[in-house]
Design a protein around this ligand. Structure first.
Ligand code: FES
Length: 85
């Protein structure tokens, strides 16, 4: 199974609207989930500029998700991991 590719936007708009909380992923993601994901911080994903939703944004396997908080990130990653099984 391929690992889930995750990019957490750390541009200014995302960072101040909750992206900073998402960077604590090692504290709130279960180890079983962490080991199946490659998570990195990203420069601005350009979604804030085109107004496509609400920051913070996270890209998961190439798909952009908006308004992501810690609970939503857990849910999205669980779904992505399950989809890869
Ligand atoms: S700052 Fe996150 S999409 Fe621009």
């Amino acid at each position: 199974m391929d690992r889930v590719k995750v990019r957490i936007c750390l541009g200014t708009a995302c960072f101040v609207q909750g992206g900073a909380d998402l960077l604590l992923f090692e504290d709130f993601l279960a180890p079983e989930l962490l080991e199946k994901c490659d998570i990195e911080a990203s420069p601005c994903l350009n979604q804030c500029r085109i107004g496509n939703g609400i920051a913070p944004y996270v890209e998961i396997n190439g798909i952009i998700h908006d308004n992501v908080d810690q609970d939503k990130l857990i849910k999205l990653l669980q779904e992505a991991v399950n989809a890869g099984n």
